[in-house]
Design a protein around this ligand. Sequence first.
Ligand SMILES: *[C@@H]1O[C@H](CO)[C@@H](O)[C@H](O)[C@H]1NC(C)=O
Ligand SMILES: *[C@@H]1O[C@H](CO)[C@@H](O)[C@H](O)[C@H]1NC(C)=O
Ligand SMILES: *[C@@H]1O[C@H](CO)[C@@H](O)[C@H](O)[C@H]1NC(C)=O
Ligand SMILES: *[C@@H]1O[C@H](CO)[C@@H](O)[C@H](O)[C@H]1NC(C)=O
Ligand SMILES: *[C@@H]1O[C@H](CO)[C@@H](O)[C@H](O)[C@H]1NC(C)=O
Ligand SMILES: *[C@@H]1O[C@H](CO)[C@@H](O)[C@H](O)[C@H]1NC(C)=O
Length: 733
Amino acid sequence: MKILPVLLVLFMLNFVFSLENTFLGCYNNISPGKRISIEQYRSKTECIKECFTKYYRYSFIYNEGNCMCGNYLGEQISNDTCSECETCNPNIKINLTDTYATGNLVPGPPKNFVISNITESHVRLTWQEPESFVEISKYRIRAIVIHTYSSYSPYSPQWLYSNNTFQTELITLLPATKYNITLSTISPDGDGALVFRVIETKIDTPDSEPAKPEIIENRGHQIDIKLLPTSNNNGPVTSYKVIVVNEDLNQDFDQSILTSYHEANRNDLSYYITAELNPKDINKVFTIGDGQTYGPYYNAPLDPDVNYNIIVALISRLNGIEKIKYSNGAVTGGGVSILNVSDDQVGGDSPAVIIGLSIAIGLLTFMLIAGIIGFIILKSRVVNRRHRLSDNQELTLQGPMIEVENNGYIHEDEPIPVNHYRNLKQRVRTLPSNQLKVEPTNLLGVGRYGRVNSALFQEKDTDTEIPVTAYTIQDKKMSQETRKAMLEELDILIKVGKHENTIGLVGMCETSHLIYVVLEHASLNLKDVLLGSRDSLPGRFSNMSEAQALSIAVQIAKGMAHLDACKIIHKQLCARSVVISSGNVPKITSYGLAQYFSHNKIPDYTRWKAVEIFKNHPYNRKSDVWSFACLLWEICALGGTPYGSVANNEIPDKILKGLRLPQLQYIDHDFYQIMLDCWQLDFDERPTFMQLVDSLENLKENTIVSHLNFKLFPNFQYEQFYPDMELAVRPVF
Ligand SMILES: *[C@@H]1O[C@H](CO)[C@@H](O)[C@H](O)[C@H]1NC(C)=O
Ligand SMILES: *[C@@H]1O[C@H](CO)[C@@H](O)[C@H](O)[C@H]1NC(C)=O
Ligand SMILES: *[C@@H]1O[C@H](CO)[C@@H](O)[C@H](O)[C@H]1NC(C)=O
Ligand SMILES: *[C@@H]1O[C@H](CO)[C@@H](O)[C@H](O)[C@H]1NC(C)=O
Ligand SMILES: *[C@@H]1O[C@H](CO)[C@@H](O)[C@H](O)[C@H]1NC(C)=O
Ligand SMILES: *[C@@H]1O[C@H](CO)[C@@H](O)[C@H](O)[C@H]1NC(C)=O
């Protein structure tokens, strides 16, 4: 209890002491820059404190009762207080001020910080210059996750804007997530004061479909089903609804008129909600038709003569918004209903339908037989291959020696498989597990073989902790085929080795039951960086400079040239496959084991694919060159979607018919010609990555002509970004 007053006294002493120290002298108050007048103050100390809390550098006291704050000094008259000034002319004495430095050097908080237009993933920010500042280098915005329903890493992004930017849109936020969005200034004298607003993005449709209900027992009037819990990254799991559909009536299912049993009866609907269940009751067996009420819904007894389809809906509700995702249906009667409906429709008349059906059945039978034969052939091959492998060695990471076959991404003409894994211990650094701190709550994404988290690696002799990416591999749970595929992907990373512009392997870390493959870390994705650079500076439409954009292009070309030299075809090159490491270095990722995705957002690479792929030709090294030119266009379009006006399913046909990405108004013909060269039909005619490095470097060096120009022009519009067009519909793993 005694410590507190002592501290307080010390603090006050300190304050007074520092004030004594900040007296600067007697100054003429005719000075540049705005000054504000503090109306209510009683003492010198209060005046200085007031100016300090308002983020001013100086306080000016004159006439023994007036206080002003400002950031610029006038002319010094004397080193003493004005009243002690002997040389001072009494006529101007009225305009002399005792001047103190407040101790503050940094800018104040930006004014009028407003967040508007909040959607699932997007907000709009506007602000104004702080009231008090001397110089501002940049504005910094952070979005700190306070609460989210997403199991993915609550990575809190940060954006920097030039000092004449006063509005922006953040477009890559997580849905249903509470953010503390902070805005502050960076100045040559330190970081300025911060303002923050707490916002919550809207919920989005659940990202995973509920599991199809499992029919445990059908007793006629009642059906027992088992429901499985579903995870949702886009909002809370509020409840589950069980929906009963009378299959025999063959009505179209319209979710907008879905209602209770009685209401459905009144409206002659063949489907209704029979129960709304709390998520905590979901793991038990549920009986449809028990005559009870669940939530507002009557669970009506069923008709034993009807085939039912049971659907589960996942309901997510937050702040008055409801989003629903439906499961696939589980049909009673073993799917007989489909045949039964056909019988009804044929109804003994229309012979065309019968012929059509016979043909269809014939075809189906043929396909089935062909499938079975194919399966048998495949199976015998797999068995043979397994034999061959087990002749060599057990495929296990614990074992000392593993043969890795080089297929997949690697050229067919590769000489005899090299045993990379045997040399793994020498070629890949083994990281002691006590030096690797995996952050289990910071999930970056999920890869084919496990979860990928951020981690810190502590170098032994130094105290520095390097941020890394840890790919957890549960070796023991893997099938041999999966393990082999995993080793092949690891092999690719080993082959690529270290290159400035590719994501590389840091090492491997084994614990008793897990293996961590540790990769270089980079938190920013090029796509986000490009979209984030869309900015309305006066006279410009990007806060990225043309030189920066070209430099990114050159460096990606260098990374690709390296992959090409290692005989690796990437196949998935696009802005999302490039990350930006600290120091603004682009690094190619999404190759080999370095592939994982967050939020179930798997890119769909169709828009970047070369024409030969649509002709079912195999990928070749020049297919990557095609994709690279699409990536060049994407950089120039600041993250716009390639062929944004064309639907996904129309892309292959249009590319085959000659569609190419257009020349943007603000890139010149030389630059566009480089892209066109990469989109030639004959892939031998396309340039190599080494040639691309040269020609892009020439563009970059030659600054007399502007090959790329982010200056605003009349009627300028950003190339549209359509997130859905660039994402695969379903997760691939
Ligand atoms: C105040 O003192 C500093 C050094 O202590 C000196 O350089 C400066 O000329 C003095 N100013 C006046 C107005 O006397
Ligand atoms: C003196 O200060 C007053 C009030 O700040 C101002 O209005 C006036 O113009 C100043 N006079 C001179 C000679 O600077
Ligand atoms: C809010 O965002 C939508 C879509 O981005 C846009 O169409 C609309 O004009 C915006 N409204 C305001 C007030 O900015
Ligand atoms: C903005 O930055 C430029 C250069 O970085 C600087 O010259 C200018 O004074 C700054 N403007 C403000 C208002 O701080
Ligand atoms: C938001 O972040 C700022 C800076 O970290 C902090 O000072 C403030 O208390 C935070 N606000 C909330 C509500 O978390
Ligand atoms: C076929 O449907 C009819 C009514 O549409 C029903 O009476 C009959 O039991 C059904 N048959 C089978 C095998 O499901």
